[in-house]
Design a protein around this ligand. Structure first.
Ligand SMILES: Nc1ncnc2c1ncn2[C@@H]1O[C@H](COP(=O)(O)OP(=O)(O)OP(=O)(O)O)[C@@H](O)[C@H]1O
Ligand SMILES: [Mg+2]
Length: 320
């Protein structure tokens, strides 16, 4: 008798952890597909690195894609880039005067100084693409440290690969970089919209096992404090205790409870206002009958006040 076939466990659904950014992602991919470089601009915590991570598999379908953490110091950037490129099939780091050494070490020994290293990498990338191979995509997770002296090398690299670099807005205003930015398509990241931010906060509360007395009030508080900035939402959920975020006065302030409270207040107020406007009307007519001007005026004012208060009462009880 043959052994029973091993039961294959059902695939575990991977929970969604990245939200929004469809149009920005599409823009990056379109530019990279056209072989152009891209600058991704947003303040800290807006999700530049997260978007690059998210896009890497799709970019990989277009061309060999490598990620380098930082552009500065430039010497380290070049070594990181060489190391990443060395792992790309068919890419050859130039110079093998030292066949006994590993390609990266041989390249470092043969090219001293940033100028020589930058030029040799540009040459190697050119050679790699000569056979018709798509130019690699180089993701630079943090390009905030870019300086004027790097620009000629970055421009040369942009000729032989698609650079996708992330910067904070201040970097765009640094002097001497405009020639490089002119070569890049610019993609700005804004805060997530309300629905995306809500999805993110829902996912974060699950990820970090958040238990709050009133989850509705807690999530609303995180949403309003984070203002659509994903890094801020993550910081609040991860590091700030639920007690510090939700004051006792906020508990029970989620929508349904607020609506119920408003309705209760409104219903309680209705008869009071009705009686007051009746009294005002009687006062007015008694004043008129007796010829007492003060009484007549008081009644009139009372009616006017109740007429103004009634629409407010309606608003108070209306469930939006
Ligand atoms: N669209 C998103 N969906 C879900 N999580 C996100 C999203 N964008 C960012 N995050 C999360 O927010 C946090 C901050 O994002 P990230 O580090 O990418 O910001 P950044 O713009 O690169 O900031 P910095 O300029 O400081 O490098 C990360 O934990 C990241 O996973
Ligand atoms: Mg980042």
């Amino acid at each position: 008798m043959s052994a029973p076939a091993p039961t294959v466990p059902p695939p575990v659904p991977i929970p969604e952890t990245f939200f929004g950014r469809q149009s920005e992602g599409r823009a990056v991919i379109l530019s990279a597909r056209a072989g152009r470089s891209v600058v991704l601009v947003a303040p800290t915590g807006y999700g530049k690195s997260a978007l690059l991570r998210e896009l890497a598999p799709a970019l990989e379908q277009l061309a060999a894609t490598v990620t380098v953490p930082k552009v500065a110091p430039f010497g380290t950037f070049l070594v990181d880039l060489a190391e990443q490129l060395a792992a790309v099939p068919d890419f050859r780091l130039p110079e093998s005067k030292h066949p006994d050494k590993k390609p990266l070490d041989a390249w470092k020994s043969a090219h001293k100084g940033t100028d020589a290293r930058a030029r040799s990498l540009v040459a190697a990338l050119r050679e790699y693409t000569q056979g018709g191979t798509a130019a690699p995509v180089v993701l630079v997770d943090d390009c905030t440290g870019i300086t004027q002296s790097m620009v000629p090398h970055m421009l040369a690299l942009a000729e032989v690969c698609s650079l996708v670099v992330a910067v904070q807005p201040d970097t765009m205003r640094k002097a001497g970089l405009s020639r490089f930015w002119g070569k890049c398509d610019r993609v700005d990241l804004n805060p997530l919209d309300r629905a995306e931010a809500r999805e993110l906060v829902d996912a974060l509360t699950v990820k970090y096992n958040i238990v709050a007395e009133d989850m509705g009030a807690y999530k609303n508080r995180v949403l309003s404090l984070a203002e659509g900035i994903p890094g801020e939402a993550e910081r609040l959920v991860r590091y700030v205790s639920t007690h510090d975020l939700v004051k006792p006065s906020d508990i029970g302030s989620s929508f349904a409870q607020q609506a119920a409270q408003r309705e209760e207040r409104g219903i309680a107020l209705a008869p009071v206002l009705l009686v007051l406007s009746g009294v005002a009307m009687i006062t007015k007519y008694v004043g008129l009958a007796r010829g007492e001007m003060d009484m007549y005026l008081m009644g009139g004012v009372g009616i006017a006040v109740s007429m103004v208060a009634l629409p407010f009462l309606r608003k108070l009880v209306m469930v939006r």
